[in-house]
Each structure stands twice: as C-alpha cells, then as structure tokens.
Design a protein around this ligand. Structure first.
Ligand code: ZN
Ligand code: ZN
Length: 432
C-alpha cells in the first residue's frame, strides 16, 4: 500500500494512496489470529492529515489498488484535488460512486506527456509499461531539483495495451542531472528480464486450443491486456468469452469507455454461458488468490449459479501467488483437482501464461544506467528488495543510495541525508 509525500518550500505533494488486503496492523506479526487480520488496510495518513493545509494535491500513477484504493476511504481527511489520467480517473469515479463522496472529489484528468503545476511542484506524466492500462512515471520538478518517480514499471516492448516501452525519454534524463530516482523494487531479487505481456499469448493459446471441454482462466481483473489476449484466443479457437464476477465486468466496462477494449471479441453474457457447448466456453473468473467469495471458489464448490463444470474441464491460473495467499490458493487448487478438473498454475507450467508487471534485475540496471540519478531511492518492496535495488544502483554508478523505511525523511537538497523515523507511520484498518 503506497503513500509517498514529496515536500518543498512548505508544501507537500502526495503520490498514490493505496490499500492492501487481509493484513494485520503490525507487519511484524507473522502469525496473526483471525481477529488481528483486517480485510482492507491502508497506511496511517496521520502526519499529512495534520499538515493538510500544506498539501497541494494528490497524484495517482495508475489504477492498481495498492496505489489508488484508499482514496474513497481517506479523501475526506485531505480534501484536495486528485490528478490522474482517464483510465485511472474512471476506476476512481466508480469507486467513489459507491460512497458518500460521489461527485464531491475534484478529479483533474491529465494526458500522457502533460505537465501540471500543482502548488510549487511541476509534475510531468511519463508513459511507462506495467500490467494495467495507462501506467505513468512522474518527473517532479522544483527549484531545488528534479525527481523521477518511476511508479510501478517494467520494460515491455509489447504490452498489448498502449505503446511499447520507449527508452528515449529515460536516456534523455541521463543528460538532465536528475537529483533522485524513486524506483519500484518488487522484483529486485529476480535475475534477468521480465517476460513481455504478449509472450502469454502462445502459452495461453496452446493450453486453450488443446482443451476438449470448458476452459476457465483466472487472472487479475485490471489486467486488460491479459483479457484482450484471451479475447483474441477465444476468437481464434471458436469459443465465447464470458466474464465471471463483478470486478471483471466493471474493469472491461471501464476499458470500453476509455478506448482500451477490442469490440470484435466474442463476449457471451455470464448468465448465458452455461447453455453453450463445452468446447465453446472460455470463462474468465475472478478469484486467482483463493478469495472465498470469488467466482473461481464458487466454481470449485459447484455453487456458481450460471455455470457448472464437469470432469475434464480445464482451469488456468494466469496469475502469480501474492505472498501471504499460499494457503487459500493451495486449498482452492486441491478442491478443483478433487472434482477432476485439469489445473495449470503459472509457476508450475512451462508455457508462459503469466507475466509480472515489475522489473527484474536487468531492467533495473538498464533504467538506472539510462537515468543516471545522483540519488537512488528504492521503494515498493520489503527491506531485502530495497537493499537489492540499492546494490544494483550502486553497481550502475549511482553515487548515493538511500535505502530507507516507512517514516524516514529523504533530504535530497542541498545536502543529501537520510533522517530516520521523522514521521510516525503505521497501518490503519479500513474494513474489518
Ligand atoms: Zn504497486
Ligand atoms: Zn501496479
């Protein structure tokens, strides 16, 4: 759950305001009892709430829950405008529509490449590649210096949605004396290069084409690229695609209104899919993380109203296991296999059926070498990921690495200094 604050000349800029799921409030509590685990958790915003008259605005980099999810719960405490691009704005509007804040939150829609003046900050939206439509990095400029905030990214030459990764803007940064680069460290422990989103196409196609019965694919609802790939395969293999679960239907509807959908995909309505011949069904289901109320769990229990599966039907997990979800996923797979379905999980399948949205070590090396910042600030990971990302920055010749923790103050100018524990931080529960 991300919440970054950038400060200059007495003002603050918030970048992202996200949530996490099924977590205890104490991150060191590795064996929480059920009453200590909350459905939805956010970073404690206490510090910035106390300084909200100095908060100039909130920028959201992309529509993943760990970046935007806390806004409907916390905006009332900030009451400043939100700046983001069209897809993320639409995701946010629909979340707000379910709260008392509908139409109350000023959302400024910006375009890729735009620069917005937000208080004392000049913020430019830079296209990058990730695993959701319209991911953006940010160039944040003040008279004190320039910060490149990567947000979540990977180097993907064929992301299926949006343009392929363009190296030129980042190479140009290498000549601009960038003060600091705040960088995604999620996969900093993984060697090599992430696979392209489009590399999932042959893997998924081969497993769908060779299936004799129904195929159910579970993936993250916001991965529109994956859904487009599945839609293309449905068309090519004579199947109809059905979206099982509200979050998938909502995301595809958002992709439609923001121009990211392909209308030639043969979609069938969820309530009609059960009437089709088995070999004409490609159902996409929510619940790849073993969520108890999601479509896949209900298919496993045979309690899904619109579809019943039979022995020999094929289930593909086009997703990764989010750390912490090992047990529920293991139980779900066991339940699916017990009913005689063929189950393929991305991590045990040789064919690529999932691509991570985050950079591996070669990609981190590449970006640090292009941008050549004075200071590297690794974020978006546990301490070990942050240390690994800092080591890569050092190896790439970045003079200063600041491997800090939540609550630390990263002084960037005039004299760089990492001040520990300047702000009390923690977690707050949003939903029990
Ligand atoms: Zn993220
Ligand atoms: Zn993300």
């Amino acid at each position: 759950m991300n919440l970054n604050l950038f400060g200059h000349a007495g003002q603050w800029l918030m970048v992202d305001c996200g949530i996490t799921f099924q977590e205890p409030l104490d991150p060191t509590n590795t064996q929480p009892s059920p009453s200590e685990v909350f459905d939805v958790v956010a970073a404690d915003p206490e510090f910035i709430v106390q300084h909200k008259e100095h908060l100039a605005g909130i920028v959201i980099t992309h529509a993943h829950e760990d970046h935007v999810g806390a806004i409907p719960y916390l905006w009332q405490r900030f009451q400043v405008p939100i700046y983001t691009t069209a897809f993320t704005a639409e995701v946010l509007r629909r979340k707000l529509a379910q709260t008392k804040l509908a139409d109350k939150v000023p959302i400024v829609v910006v375009n890729t490449g735009d620069t917005q003046r937000i208080g004392v900050f000049d913020v430019q939206w830079l296209a990058i590649t990730h695993s959701i439509p319209e991911p953006h990095g940010l160039m944040i400029k003040t008279p004190a210096g320039s910060i490149f905030h990567t947000a979540d990214w990977k180097i993907d030459t064929d992301p299926v949605v949006g343009k392929g990764f363009q190296s030129r803007p980042f190479k140009r940064m290498g000549e601009q004396n960038i003060t600091a680069m705040v960088c995604d460290s999620t996969n900093a422990l993984r060697p090599g290069h992430s696979i392209s989103e489009n590399a999932c196409y042959p893997g998924l196609k081969s497993l769908i084409e060779s299936a004799e019965g129904r195929v159910v694919v579970s993936c993250f609802s916001s991965n529109i690229a994956r859904l487009l790939t599945l839609g293309r395969i449905a068309k090519e293999t004579g199947r109809y695609m059905a979206l099982m679960g509200r979050s998938l239907q909502n995301m595809v509807s958002i992709a439609r209104v923001t121009g990211h959908w392909d209308e030639s995909i043969p979609l069938a309505e969820q309530r009609h899919i059960g009437f089709l011949p088995r070999n004409e069904i490609l159902a996409v289901a929510t619940g790849s993380q073993g969520e108890p109320r999601a479509a896949l769990q209900r298919l496993a229990n045979d309690s899904f109203r619109d579809l019943n599966l039979d022995k020999g039907d094929r289930i593909l997990f086009s997703s990764m296991i989010i750390p912490g979800n090992e047990e529920p996923i293991k139980n779900l797979v066991k339940a699916l296999k017990a009913r005689g379905f063929e189950v393929f999980q991305a991590h045990e399948t040789e064919l690529p059926i999932h691509a991570s949205g985050h950079p591996c070590q070669d990609e981190l090396r590449q970006l640090y070498s292009w941008v050549k910042p004075q200071i590297a600030i690794p974020v978006h990971g546990e301490a070990e990921h942050i240390a690994a990302s800092a080591a890569i920055a050092k190896e790439c010749g970045v003079p200063i690495q600041m491997a800090g923790l939540n609550g630390d103050l990263y002084v960037l100018a005039p004299e760089p200094e990492l001040r520990r524990n300047m702000v009390r931080t923690g977690r707050i529960p949003l939903v029990q």
